[in-house]
Design a binder for this molecule. Structure first.
Ligand code: NAP
Length: 295
């Protein structure tokens, strides 16, 4: 029996484990892929208070090591189901908790166009930091208008010969500072008010079709497409028990309790105003201390 079972080892889940272990609770962290969540792919974090610059990988690894040293148990297992009795069923077994914290984060949104899945690793990527190096002196495109797309385009502009930044509007969600930096790059071309509508290629990606608001279609030859169109939660497997909003995020009136007693939520996977590293770790601390208080 664990005091707290945490589902998801991104910054929110790891921080929950940190607080729970410091309170001497028996903690199990379950993670399907690898520790760190999405932040592990961030090339550079520059807005974490007190830490002017750190790579996502270094940040996540530091946090993971900190939590491991405190004695949290960590298992790489995919969760299939949870019950209101606080049982967690994974592909490998079943674990009983006194409480559960859901910190399942979000995953990359897809464009949902033909061949997108087929070309992953063959020209299509969702992570510039991971795959950018494969495109040295090549031509790439980034699609999206948020911070991820802007930062990916900036990062790739120092590796690839040419970067197209394709966005469906003419204003960006991403920060002005990154946008201004990007505009100074001579090898970055903006294609605005446009969507990627087709992936071209047989064995691998060789180009894309881009359609603008006037329905004009242009074909662009590229070697790589980096899709950075935001994230989506993956909470459907909890939907028989946990209340989700219409986008699949976990509903919590106070930002920590779910609709089920003893099951808490933390991080990007909940309905919230701002999905940032700072708010994720804050959620992790609050969920763990609340769970402990209510145990
Ligand atoms: P995001 O802010 O949600 O932006 C997603 C972008 O993709 C938007 O520009 C959106 O267009 C576009 N988009 C969505 N669906 C699309 C579709 N089907 N086809 C074409 N375009 C589509 O996502 P994000 O950039 O991944 O950032 C997520 C969060 O992480 C944000 O809060 C962001 O600030 C944060 N973040 C922070 C940093 C940092 O601080 N260093 C770095 C990366 C990310 P519209 O604008 O038209 O909706």
């Amino acid at each position: 029996m664990y005091d707290i079972i945490i589902v998801g080892a991104g910054p929110a889940g790891l921080t929950a484990a940190l607080y729970a272990r410091r309170a001497n609770k028996k903690v199990l962290l379950l993670e399907a892929k690898s520790y760190g969540g999405q932040i592990i792919n961030a090339n550079l974090i520059e807005n974490y208070p007190g830490v002017p610059k750190i790579s996502g990988f270094e940040y996540a690894t530091n946090l993971y090591n900190q939590v491991k040293e405190l004695g949290a148990e960590f298992k790489l297992e995919t969760v299939l189901r949870i019950t209101k009795e606080k049982k967690v069923i994974t592909k490998n077994g079943e674990y009983q908790g006194r409480s559960i914290i859901l910190a399942t984060g979000a995953e990359n949104r897809k464009l949902n166009i033909d061949k997108e899945q087929e070309f992953i690793g063959k020209g299509v990527s969702y992570c510039a930091t991971c795959d950018g190096n494969f495109y040295k002196n090549k031509v790439v495109a980034v699609v999206g208008g948020g911070n991820t797309a802007l930062e990916d385009a900036l990062y790739l502009s120092s590796i690839a010969n040419k970067v197209y930044l394709i966005h469906r509007r003419d204003t960006f969600r991403g920060e002005d500072k990154s946008l201004e930096e990007l505009k100074k790059k001579t090898n970055v071309e903006f294609i605005l008010n446009s969507n990627v509508v087709k992936l071209i290629g047989n064995e691998k990606l060789t180009g894309i079709e881009v359609k603008d608001n006037q329905e004009n279609i242009q074909e662009i030859t590229i070697d790589g497409l980096f899709i950075a169109v935001g994230q989506e939660p993956k909470n459907l497997l909890f939907s028989d028990l946990i209340t989700l909003d219409n986008k699949g995020y976990i509903v919590s009136e106070d930002g920590v309790h779910t609709n089920v007693e003893g099951i808490y939520v933390a991080g990007d996977t909940r309905v919230k105003q701002l999905r940032q590293l700072t708010t994720a770790v804050s959620d992790g601390a609050i969920s763990a201390t609340t769970a402990i208080k209510e145990m």
